[in-house]
Design a binder for this molecule. Sequence first.
Ligand code: SAM
Length: 328
Amino acid sequence: MIDVMKMFKARMYMKRNEPFLYSWHAYVGYELDLFKAFERPMAKSDVADAYGLDEKLLEQWVAVGVSIGHLKEAGRGRHKLANTWKLPKPKGDNSSGVLLKEMMELHIPTLLNYPEMMRNSNRLHFDEEKHAGTVAETSRLLEVLAMPKMSKRIRENDIRSVLDIGCGEAGYIKKLAGRFPETRFTGIEISEEVTEKAQQLTAEDENIEIQNADLWDYHPEQTFDMVMMNNVLHYIDLEKREALIYELAGWVSPGGVLSIVTPIAGSSDDPPFANVFNSFFSSFDNLYRLPTREELRDWGQAAGLEMLGIHTVIKEGGWYIAQYSKPQ
Ligand SMILES: C[S@@+](CC[C@H](N)C(=O)[O-])C[C@H]1O[C@@H](n2cnc3c(N)ncnc32)[C@H](O)[C@@H]1O
């Protein structure tokens, strides 16, 4: 009887882990540009030569690809893509593959450190410069979903100036600046490398200014009709969050809006992904757990703001946009 249970559980774990194979295969294909290589029927040896890759390992990757339906045989020993719509687009094209890269290179290795960290009560240190590029790019995937809620506020409140704190590659302000040419957009970003990228990407937009600055040292000369802070809260020490929201409320003009995009976690109703984010953030001595819904409400109240609402951006990831207005 016990042996039957053992087999049953082992099979269950294997079955549950099957989706990992799809992610692993897609990650390797994205990272090495192999989906581009097999766009047309190609021999493995030619791809290995052209890309300077180990042929034996490439063969194995192709074999897995065929068994999970990412690749198919195309005659004369060649292979090509199958189910192209499931595969990430090549690098640099705002591809969803960057999410796989972040998951495989950052999240999973970090979570695998749990036993060691728990035994020794130690933490990793998040290397911001190393990961800033990838993290800024993955955050951009959310833009399309959060954008309508931001546009609506800018239109309805006749917003003329916007500050984006931790603007990353300036994806939000670039899109908004095109849509609202009369509004002035300022982005601040702590990473020099990411700031430069953002400046390049917005070089042609006259209503955008990007500055390399740490939010803690930033003292705006005038207030803004809207202050946004998207996917930055987990960089902020828990003890400093309430005070930060208070400070940001001071940067908003009377009648203006404070808008915050963040995953929310901490309650058992939150989706598993949001709660695992917390496990991930808690692994670093310089990243912090996500806020709860109550905290977002309380901090706004303490800062004298009125809550406009907390709306879903992506349900599965527990992502929300919280917006507040500052009384006139
Ligand atoms: C997860 S990314 C989000 C980027 C962008 N806001 C978005 O949502 O697409 C967080 C960004 O905040 C920046 N950041 C973190 N701490 C900061 C600070 N103290 N001052 C300014 N920027 C900061 C990081 O370098 C990173 O580019």
